[in-house]
Write a new protein. Structure first.
Length: 268
């Protein structure tokens, strides 16, 4: 009988990160799951980490691939679970009961997602997700894929991740599945995973590239009229916030302005 959940872990020359990710899954109290590992042909000892846990890994491969989302799609093809969660090397589950919190009782939605932590230079910051996924949310943010389980049938229905995206393929898939195809979703308000911001998508120098890819995902999936209305909404909000800020500080600025006008001998 297939497991309820497949945890797919991809890696390229991140031996320590791979070990942390795998061990966090193996330590889970939730056991109705399998582990699938796709390594991109690492030469740093990552394969040895896989082999040392091979008896507890359902499927693995180590060979060159075309990037993050080609590797994830390769793992998806090997997965047998009803749901799939992508926990890449460097990320890890937040606690031993994280998967139990996410998967028990058995979900019925297409997407079940939890909260996460950002890890950056030794500090943790909460990454909270909304209770309801909306277009407005996706226009400014993204699901934490490390804390999200997708029904495997959803990929068959809407297609896999678009491997032409180098960083934001997870964002593009979630946008396409939830906003365009109406996938059902439920929030589990509990930290499921710890996301290491030292990875490709989290590095500050890649922020502009991530934004460009998200914009390309929006242009690919959303009607032009929706994009135009969203830009108009942003301009209106910016003007509204500006007016509110001016109204808030006007009681402070007016006496200061009057004081300096008196100093200059000008009428108030």
């Amino acid at each position: 009988m297939p497991p309820r959940l497949s945890v797919v872990t991809i890696c390229l020359n991140d031996r320590a990160g791979l070990a942390a990710a795998l061990d966090s899954v193996l330590a889970q109290t939730f056991t109705d799951r399998e582990i699938v590992v796709v390594d991109g042909g690492s030469t740093d000892g990552s394969v040895e980490e896989i082999r040392s846990r091979e008896a507890r890994i359902a499927s693995w491969v180590s060979e060159r691939d075309g990037g993050i989302f080609e590797a994830q799609n390769k793992g998806l093809a090997r997965a047998r679970g009803e749901y799939v969660l992508f926990l890449n090397a460097g990320d890890r589950l937040a606690s031993p009961d994280a998967l139990a919190r996410l998967m028990e009782p058995p979900p019925t939605e297409d997407v079940v997602y939890g909260d996460a932590w950002f890890q950056w230079k030794g500090t943790l910051r909460p990454w909270r997700q909304p209770d309801r996924l909306t277009l407005e949310f996706f226009m400014r943010s993204s699901l934490a894929h490390q804390a999200t389980a997708f029904r495997r049938e959803l990929f068959e229905r809407v297609g896999p991740a678009d491997a032409t995206f180098r960083i934001a393929g997870d964002y593009e898939f979630a946008l396409r599945a939830v906003v365009v195809h109406g996938a059902t979703a439920r929030h589990v308000p509990f930290p499921i995973a710890i996301h290491d911001r030292h990875g490709v998508s989290g590095l500050p120098e890649n922020a502009a590239r991530v934004q460009r890819e998200r914009e390309r995902a929006q242009e690919k999936n959303l009607p032009r009229l929706v994009l135009e209305h969203h830009q108009a909404y942003l301009r209106l909000r910016e003007r509204t916030l500006g007016r509110r800020a001016r109204a808030l500080f006007r009681p402070v600025f007016q006496p200061v302005r009057a004081f300096f006008r008196r100093l200059r001998g000008l009428p108030e």
